[in-house]
Ligand binder design. Structure first.
Ligand SMILES: [Zn+2]
Length: 277
């Protein structure tokens, strides 16, 4: 099983002849988000050359939530690969707006456990992270197919979902797109690998110990969505401590994990780096 990180919350997970993408996002366009001057009218751009360089095939694309830094590149990738795209009603309606064929779109709510050849994909209701005001940017839903979105502000969260991929009935991979969760929905899961988001996790009561306990202290955690995704790939991966202080400091969060679960291995990947588990 191979995990490749694209920065932000973007992952390629491959096993056997299968390729699953999670929130693949390559644009890294500055919206002012980390300067405290978020501009929702920032145009969506899709750099097809960069995507073509990194994405050759995909069987499924899983949508964690609908924000631009998760979803903006998915319509192009879906049309290019013909992959099945799995997401909420809002995410599905956004895909329809971009002309992704209906046959590729799978609309879920959380609770589904879908069987494929040798593996399953289970969906869990989840929540978006919260800043110090206990809110997040661009909330909302699309309950019908909207006009073609042209700006980042036209891509609302539209529910946040967690996915559990189980391969061969035993190897489990937990995928999270934002630093929040419904503890009671996750209790008893025992993933072998957990992708966990941590920005602003300090706004949530006992975020790390409650999550680790619910997941039975996974042997391997791959931190996700921790880098400053408005800086170009050429700058290298930087966490957000210079923007958000402790709320964006990955080292502090890794220490928190180690304190509550000393046997958990935490592997921080660089851009386009792969890890075999
Ligand atoms: Zn978000």
């Amino acid at each position: 099983m191979n995990f490749k990180w694209f920065g932000t919350d973007g992952w390629e997970i491959s096993f056997g002849n299968r390729t699953i993408l999670f929130d693949p996002y390559f644009q890294r366009i500055p919206t002012g988000f980390f300067a405290g001057k978020f501009n929702p009218t920032t145009p969506i751009q899709v750099n097809e050359t960069v995507i073509d360089q990194h994405i050759k095939k995909a069987d499924h694309i899983l949508i964690g939530h609908g924000h631009w830094d998760h979803i903006a590149d998915i319509p192009f990738i879906a049309k290019k690969t013909g992959a099945m795209v799995i997401g909420s009603e809002t995410h599905a309606n956004l895909m329809r707006a971009y002309g992704v064929p209906e046959g590729q779109i799978v609309q879920v709510k959380g609770g589904e456990n879908m069987k494929f050849d040798g593996y399953t994909i289970e969906v869990f209701p989840s929540l978006h992270s919260m800043g110090p005001t206990k809110k997040f940017a661009v909330p909302g839903h699309r309950i019908s197919v909207p006009e073609l979105p042209k700006t980042v502000g036209e891509l609302p969260e539209g529910d946040t979902l967690i996915y559990l991929i189980t391969i061969g009935g035993k190897f489990r991979v937990f995928l999270m797109s934002s630093a929040n969760y419904v503890e009671r929905a996750l209790n008893g899961l025992k993933p072998d690998v957990a992708l966990v988001a941590s920005i602003f996790s300090n706004q949530i009561h006992d975020f790390t110990p409650r999550l680790l306990d619910a997941l039975n202290r996974p042997p391997l955690i791959l931190p996700t969505h921790w880098d400053n995704f408005e800086r170009p790939f050429s700058d290298g991966a930087h966490d957000l401590r210079d923007v958000f202080g402790d709320a964006g400091n990955l080292d502090l969060w890794v220490r928190d994990v180690k304190q509550h679960s000393p046997n958990t291995k935490v592997v921080v990947l660089d851009f386009f780096q792969s890890y075999a588990a």
